[in-house]
Design a binder for this molecule. Structure first.
Ligand code: 5GP
Ligand code: ZN
Length: 120
């Protein structure tokens, strides 16, 4: 399933360039265009689903594929030992901008508190 209007579907289709770091039959990972930390990789399912829960409901095995990819990318990027954060922004309060589910892998430096001190 793809959505012609979706930026990440267009990256999967090769219509928008991306710095791909990992690819399997079901998932694709590429560097975030505006990295917030030294290592900032996005991991997406190739099929279009808006949120993690939508993906899990429609295709639970791909959630597993995505988690396996996170581990392999962390190893390849050299952040498995130092540690990293995996983040799924979901909806408005989380600031989700692209409604094709994506895991942010964040690492390469201490990441600070889990949420902004101003939150809540
Ligand atoms: P969200 O806020 O939806 O969780 O995250 C969307 C992420 O996609 C942002 O970190 C943003 O920098 C990244 N992004 C937006 N447009 C592009 C693009 O065209 N290419 C890549 N590689 N990343 C993008
Ligand atoms: Zn999409």
């Amino acid at each position: 399933m793809t959505d012609d209007q979706c930026l990440f579907c267009r990256i999967v289709a090769g219509e928008v360039p991306a710095a791909v770091v990992h690819e399997t039959k079901t998932v694709l990972a590429f560097h975030d265009i505006a990295p917030k930390v030294p290592v900032h990789v996005l991991v997406i399912p190739k099929d279009h689903h808006a949120t993690l829960a939508d993906l899990a409901t429609a295709n639970p095995e791909v959630v597993g594929d995505l988690a396996v990819a996170v581990g392999e990318i962390a190893l390849a990027e050299g952040i498995d030992a130092s540690g990293y954060r995996v983040l799924f922004n979901t909806g408005r309060h989380a600031g989700q901008e692209v409604f094709h589910v994506h895991a942010h892998i964040l690492g390469g430096a201490p990441l600070g508190p889990m949420v902004s001190p101003s939150a809540g």
